[in-house]
Each structure stands twice: as structure tokens, then as C-alpha cells.
Design a protein around this ligand. Structure first.
Ligand code: ZN
Length: 303
């Protein structure tokens, strides 16, 4: 086994233990019952850990308005990751052409047109417009579960095109938001370490597109706006992010007019656990058979 990278063996082990179900598209495998059980139990552990915080629970579909993607500047910053939904709006003649092209093995996608929606690239995006206006005293705290899409097909099992995020979003006064982020950074580390993961936190940046994007990423790192919790999964050297913490300052509140009681712009921050990635980290650390995992880990998850 290669000491630093173990993509192929890990993938084959996941398949042979029926933890994942391959398809013919990279980054698009199905989840078996045992994999899904671990994932749901980790999510329940997060819920128990944060229960006393009293977050409002919201659920959105894995699509969002194309106009929201435009407002958020996603196409300027991350065009390489976006996923757009297209459908057929044509007439009888074009429908005939479509089926004819399919029969001939020709390309047919240019007969589709963009719809009003795109695939959700970040779990928290749908909530920011809802915060518009004056916030209640103390701000708001929301939790979400969402499937998110990233166009980055890969054979690496932790890099999925579609995956689930358990997210918390805090909006309020700047100091409140930063304290909340710092509290969760410690809490998230403790939660993952109690599951036997050698987790560590580090400053991080988003994969902004292009040359200007590199500068934006450097700025994000300098300002310590993004942190990640990392743990070894497919590489002992380049660890995998399983949770990310983002302090947006007034990036979203300025776009949607989100104000504190004193009418100053609020700040927002969010954190998201990558549920598949945490599950994969647990499997990599403790083995392909969760019923044989250490008692202390099982006690935490199977409560
Ligand atoms: Zn977020």
C-alpha cells in the first residue's frame, strides 16, 4: 500500500464492503445502508451537541433561483463549479429532432434551454435573502440540511459531485458572530476528536477561479475568514477538510440589506459538516466494518 496516497485501495474497499455503490460517473456513487446509517448517526450527534442553541430548522430543495446565483456573484467567483438545470421547451418538430439525434448517437443537449433554477452550490445560500431588513435582538441562528453540487468529477472518494452538508448559519452583531464561529471551531474539533479522528483546524481559502481568484483566496487567508477542520482520509500528507467555518463579514448582509437593531449592517458566518466526508474519515480511521469500531466511538454514535 502506498504510504501517502491510498485512493484506489480505499475505493475498492468501500465497494467490496457495500458501503458505496458505483455508477459510471466519477464523484457520483450511491450510498449503501451501513454507510447511510453512520452518516445519519453522525448528523444526529451534531443535533444533540447543538440542541441547546435553539437553531431554527429549515429545509430547501437542492436547487435555487438562477437570480440568486447571479446576485451572489457565484458565476464570477466559481464558474468552474456551477451546475445549471436545463429543460426542453421546444415544439413537436424539435422533439422529433431530439429523438432522431439520440437514435443516431449525435449530441442533443443544445436543444435544451436554461430553466429558472441552478443546482445549490452551498447549503446556506437560500437563507440570506430571508434575513433582509432589521434582525431581532440577538440576531438569528438557522440550521439546514442540504444536498449541494460541485462540478469537480474525481475518482477520489472524498471528492463528490453531489453531497450533503449539515449547516449552521449565524447572523447578528460582528462580535457575536465571531464568538459563535470561535466557539464552534472548538466544539467541532472536540466532537470529531471524540470519535477517534486525529482532527486539526487550519486557516483555509475557497477555490476562486483564475488569476484574480488567486488574489482573492490570498486575501481570504490573510484575513483569517475561513477555517477548516482537517483529518487524514486518502492521504497522510494532504488532509481532507470535513468541516468548514466561514466568516463573511458584511458580504451577504450588504447584498440583502440585513441590519442590526442599531441599523448598522449585520455580519454573517456559517459552518458546514461534510456528512459524506466525516463518514469516509470514520471508515478510513476505524475500518470498513462499523460493527467492529472501538466501543468509545460506537457509544458516541449509537446512543
Ligand atoms: Zn455556508
Amino acid at each position: 500500500m502506498n504510504a501517502t496516497h491510498d485512493i484506489e485501495n480505499f475505493y475498492q474497499g468501500l465497494v467490496s464492503h457495500q458501503l458505496i455503490i458505483p455508477t459510471n460517473v466519477n464523484g457520483c456513487y450511491g450510498r449503501g445502508a451501513v454507510f447511510e446509517d453512520v452518516l445519519q448517526r453522525f448528523d444526529a450527534l451534531v443535533t444533540r451537541t447543538a440542541g441547546a442553541d435553539g437553531a431554527e430548522e429549515m429545509t430547501f430543495p437542492p436547487i435555487l433561483p438562477r437570480t440568486l446565483i447571479e446576485t451572489l456573484g457565484y458565476m464570477e467567483n466559481f464558474p468552474q463549479l456551477a451546475g445549471s438545470v436545463h429543460s426542453f421547451n421546444g415544439d413537436e418538430r424539435q422533439a422529433h429532432e431530439l429523438s432522431e439525434r439520440l437514435r443516431q448517437g449525435e449530441r442533443w443537449e443544445d436543444l435544451l434551454e436554461p430553466t429558472d433554477v441552478m443546482l445549490t452550490p452551498a447549503a446556506c445560500y437560500p437563507v440570506y435573502p430571508l434575513f433582509s431588513g432589521l434582525l431581532p435582538a440577538g440576531g438569528r441562528l438557522v440550521t439546514l440540511h442540504s444536498w449541494v453540487y460541485r462540478h469537480e468529477p474525481s475518482i477520489e472518494p472524498t471528492r463528490l459531485q453531489s453531497f450533503r452538508i449539515r449547516e449552521y448559519v449565524r447572523v447578528g452583531a460582528p462580535n457575536v458572530v465571531v464568538e459563535w464561529r470561535d466557539m464552534w471551531l472548538q466544539r467541532g474539533l472536540a466532537l470529531l476528536q471524540e470519535l477517534g479522528l486525529p482532527a486539526k483546524s487550519d486557516v483555509a481559502s475557497d477555490p476562486f477561479f483564475g488569476r484574480i481568484g488567486k488574489m482573492m483566496a490570498a486575501d481570504q487567508t490573510d484575513q483569517r475568514l475561513k477555517f477548516e477542520i482537517l483529518t487524514p482520509v486518502i492521504s497522510t500528507e494532504k488532509h481532507t477538510a470535513v468541516c468548514s467555518f466561514n466568516w463573511h463579514q458584511d458580504h451577504f448582509s450588504s447584498k440583502f440589506g440585513i441590519r442590526q437593531r442599531n441599523h448598522e449592517l449585520a455580519h454573517t458566518a456559517c459552518l458546514g459538516f461534510g456528512l459524506e466526508r466525516v463518514t469516509l474519515a470514520l471508515i478510513k480511521t476505524h475500518g470498513f466494518e462499523p460493527h467492529k469500531w472501538p466501543d468509545v466511538v460506537r457509544k458516541n454514535l449509537w446512543k
